[in-house]
Design a protein around this ligand. Structure first.
Ligand code: ATP
Ligand code: MG
Length: 580
């Protein structure tokens, strides 16, 4: 296990939360509300908190979004611009007779109009759902059906390729807004319609419990669920961004997640703007040199990314990072998948500070467990519960649940009551209710708490492997595998076996310069036997060019397993690469 990364006292003092344990004890939700204004005349509205109130307070001239287009295009959007554009969008929705609670879907890449549509929808009191532009027609259609879409905002190309053929079959759909020059029949071009709309709009008097966002989960374990979130979530977005991501007004912040999944909205739109930072939005996909160059050129201070990207950086080596100046960086964070200890140690070496892992889900709406700036980092740990959050490790029993002691593996659970918790799964109330047992919300993830109160991720409950009497989480085995210099990424599953119950099988991708061969397989297996012991080391290792992943960057172990066993693949609507 790599050693603890200690924080210097200077860094601890300048953290947003200099003494986290003290705050954990004294925290009340009133402390979070202090970061917000409420709507003039009462009520609470995410878009007002994110945009308009900053303009009222005199910050209209600050850049809210610095957009970097795929080529060299750039656009600076100030808070005042964003207020005006979102008002125009809200007016446009009203002019088409849309009403409070109606559902607006967006399907497009990371372009400014996506951000305008999200916030304009919320301003008007409608409900916003972002979709990945790379989804195929079927996943788009089913989600629009489940969400009873009334409006779709998309581009001409995406419309023609993915929507036109079935558009008329979505009975609820009233309006299709097209980003671009020309609109296909039955659609409205957004640009001129926005220009004709007024830049003044009185923000809808939404109440904290009014619906604001519907996010579909990543589909890692099965069919995606539609998690319903309300305007009150902004209370948590504000405080968690400040405490867990160091989002301080005026800072330059880059969240690399796409708004098509919850991180890209909670921490890629709402939390940063509520905390009045300047957000970098990069339209392009991952490209190592472009990313390093962006940090240097834009003087990024806070960077929120994901293990899959960090592993790609590692794969390219420290040499690839050496020519760049990273002195602007002050805080790095990661979410979405377990962050291997190796990646934490590597980032500390290359960037002069570690990536801080944090844990949450679409359902929780915000970061629940985190490594905070003032705290030492124990590589491999997700950190401690955020102020206001109580987490426990539970065992399900016949009569309910039982809390487990430190050091024991069980299901990660949270005490309900924080503002950004989902309010239901869309049209699946019974499934939602099943998540709550004995006063806890059960997350479906397995974890362990150490004596210091830190939480360690073990695996998804569905991914747990039972081999020769041992319970093994794939994360542990994957982390041991990527410690080997030849291994870039690993996905581990259990394969049924007569004597052992299950045996461990690993799928790995290789670092450039290594070729698949028997000798290498033996060497990697030897390494895992040494670090994990023979019972937990993979019995078999197979080499792959890529691993199947969701569009939010998660390894789909259930798909590796289904393919291994020749079982039905299940819902693969969020699958990104498909070479396995
Ligand atoms: P579905 O619920 O449809 O299977 P999903 O759970 O992948 O999809 P998300 O809500 O996007 O959908 O992902 C949340 C899950 O991601 C968590 O429950 C956890 O399994 C995993 N996760 C997120 N952050 C971390 C982390 N820091 N360490 C380990 N796992 C994480
Ligand atoms: Mg999930």
């Amino acid at each position: 296990m790599p050693s603890t990364i200690r924080k210097e006292s200077g860094r601890t003092r300048s953290a947003s939360l200099p003494d986290p344990d003290k705050t954990r004890k004294s925290f009340t939700w009133k402390d979070a509300e202090r970061l917000l204004d409420s709507l003039p005349g009462g009520g609470l509205n995410i878009a007002f908190e994110a945009v308009d109130r900053h303009v009222r307070a005199g910050y209209g001239g600050q850049t809210a979004i610095r957009w970097l287009g795929k080529g060299d295009a750039r656009e600076e959007i100030t808070y005042a611009d964003l207020a005006a554009r979102t008002s125009r969008f809200a007016n446009l929705l009203m002019a088409h007779g849309l009403e409070r609670g109606d559902s607006v879907f967006a399907l497009m890449g990371r372009v400014p109009d996506l951000y305008v549509a999200a916030l304009g929808t919320l301003k008007a009191g409608l409900v916003f759902t972002p979709l990945f532009s790379a989804f195929g027609p079927e996943p788009i259609r089913t989600r629009m059906e489940i969400g009873a879409a009334k409006v779709l905002v998309t581009t001409e190309a995406l419309y023609r390729r993915k929507i036109a053929a079935w558009r008329d079959e979505i009975a609820t759909l009233k309006l299709v807004l097209i980003v671009g020059e020309a609109a296909p029949e039955g659609c409205v071009v957004l640009g001129p319609a926005m220009a004709a709309a007024s830049p003044e709009f009185e923000v809808a008097q939404t109440q904290p419990e009014d619906r604001a966002l519907i996010h579909f989960t990543s589909g890692t374990t099965g069919k995606p669920k539609g998690a319903v979130h309300v305007h009150e979530a902004v209370v948590y977005h504000a405080i968690s961004g400040r405490y867990a991501l160091e989002l301080v007004p005026g800072r330059v912040y880059w969240c690399t997640a796409d708004p098509g999944w919850v991180t890209g909205t909670s921490y890629g739109i709402i939390s940063p703007l509520v905390n009045r930072v300047t957000m970098i939005v990069d339209e392009a996909e991952f490209d190592l040199e472009r990313w390093y160059e962006t940090i240097k050129r834009e003087k990024v201070e806070v960077w929120y990314s994901a293990p899959t990207a960090i592993r790609m950086m590692m794969r390219a080596g420290a040499e690839a990072a050496a020519p760049y100046d990273f002195s602007s960086l002050r805080f790095l964070a990661s979410v979405g998948e377990p962050l291997n200890p190796e990646a934490v140690v590597w980032s500390n070496k290359v960037f002069g500070m570690p990536f801080h892992d944090n844990w949450w889900q679409t359902e929780t709406g915000g970061i629940m467990i985190a490594n905070l700036a003032a705290e030492d980092v124990h590589p491999g740990s997700m950190g401690k519960p955020m102020p206001g959050i109580t987490a426990g490790i539970l065992k399900r029993t016949e009569s309910g649940v039982e809390e487990l002691d430190t050091g024991q593996i069980g299901e990660l659970a949270l005490r309900p009551g924080w503002p950004s918790m989902m309010r239901t799964y869309l049209h699946e109330q019974a499934r939602y209710e099943k998540c709550f047992v004995g006063g806890w919300y059960l997350t479906g993830d397995l974890a362990m708490r150490d004596p210091g109160g830190r939480f360690w991720f073990v695996g998804r409950a569905d991914d747990l492997i039972k081999t020769s009497g041992h319970l093994v989480g794939p994360f542990e085995v994957e982390s041991a595998l990527i410690e080997h210099e030849a291994v870039a990424e690993a996905g581990v599953i259990g394969v049924p076996d007569e004597t052992a119950g299950e045996v461990i099988k690993a799928y790995v991708t290789l670092t450039p310069g290594f070729e698949p061969c028997e000798e290498l397989e033996r060497a990697i297996r030897g390494h895992t036997r040494k670090t994990l012991g023979p019972a937990v080391a993979p019995r078999e290792i197979v080499f792959r060019n890529t691993l199947p992943k969701t569009r939010s960057g998660k390894i789909m172990r259930r798909l590796l397993k289904a393919r291994e066993l020749g079982l039905p693949e299940g819902d693969i609507s969020t699958l990104e690469s498909d070479e396995t």
